[in-house]
Design a protein around this ligand. Structure first.
Ligand SMILES: C[S@@+](CC[C@H](N)C(=O)[O-])C[C@H]1O[C@@H](n2cnc3c(N)ncnc32)[C@H](O)[C@@H]1O
Length: 278
């Protein structure tokens, strides 16, 4: 079925099927290159946009202004960069993550194991974004986040149980970054996937979501590689969120700039938005 158009409007090209192992999330590469602020290993293109996104997410939590929110972080991967700014505004954080290696990685950190990658993110958030001190504030924030996380659960957004926990209840805030697009093959599927997730949001609750724009991502189901995905534009993404009934939508686009004359990678433009459920 090479190159055929499927019934949901995406182009699908199954190049080969695998047992899944080679297509799973590369935790080490993610931490050292793509979600890293360590200058010795970080991908130089990722650094400015990661810093910008952390600041945007910090600002959104401040804007929401809740004092004791219950937060769901969906598809965290092996990182917590999107939760550091949430700490002063939360009473509980639930993480749901599809990939067992990412869950194990985060569990070890939550149980007290020091992690250089994660610590650099706390240092940046506390010292550079919030302009607090260098010492105890950083470790206190890291320990506060460990305490707030009540559990790290599996979850598959392509199923009827996106969060595999008993009685997940409803959340004041759902935070999800670069996850919904990866499970879809078309804009219609994307809208449906976000819809399945925001069923866990309280009325009037908030969605904080990031996606890569204008980049044909491949669907990631851990079993097949070589799918061609679809592109999200700012307009199509915001339209989906509006069609799901959200109001008060605010968004920030971050585009990578060329570094040393080298063009940024295809996935160099991201959008982060804040929207309120009806
Ligand atoms: C690109 S990573 C994003 C990680 C992190 N949120 C970030 O901002 O860097 C995509 C995430 O989607 C998750 N994922 C993949 N397939 C999924 C599925 N079927 N249901 C839910 N999450 C899935 C992966 O495990 C991974 O954590």
């Amino acid at each position: 079925m090479a190159g055929c158009v499927d019934d949901v409007g995406g182009t699908q090209e199954v190049i080969r099927e695998t047992d899944g192992s080679e297509n799973m999330f590369d935790v080490e590469a993610y931490c050292s290159q793509y979600c890293s602020l360590d200058p010795s290993t970080a991908d130089p293109f990722e650094v400015p946009s990661l810093k910008s996104r952390m600041k945007i997410i910090h600002d959104y939590y401040q804007l929401i202004g809740l004092k004791d929110a219950r937060v769901l972080e969906y598809g965290s991967g092996p990182s917590v960069y999107s939760l550091i700014g949430a700490v002063p505004y939360c009473r509980e954080i639930v993480i749901s993550e599809y990939d067992v290696r990412s869950r194990d990685f985060l569990s070890k950190w939550k149980n007290g194991q020091a992690n250089h990658h994660i610590t650099t993110l706390f240092q940046y958030a506390v010292m550079s974004i919030e302009k607090l001190g260098e010492g105890d504030e950083v470790s206190q924030r890291e320990n506060a986040l460990r305490q707030l996380i009540s559990g790290i659960y599996p979850g598959d957004l392509n199923t009827d149980t996106p969060i595999e926990m008993d009685s997940p209840g409803l959340f004041d805030i759902i935070s999800t970054h670069f996850t919904c697009h990866t499970v879809c093959m078309s804009v219609d599927e994307f809208r449906a996937a976000v819809g399945r997730l925001v069923k866990f949001l309280k009325p009037g609750g908030f969605l904080i979501l990031s996606e890569i724009l204008e980049c044909e991502l491949g669907k990631w189901d851990g079993l097949k590689v070589g799918y061609k995905g679809f592109q999200l534009t700012r307009e199509s993404l915001i339209e989906c969120i509006e069609q799901l009934g959200f109001i008060n939508i605010k968004d920030d686009v971050v585009a990578e700039e060329p570094i040393d004359g080298k063009a940024p990678p295809e996935f160099g433009k991201t959008l982060t938005l804040l929207a309120q459920a009806p």
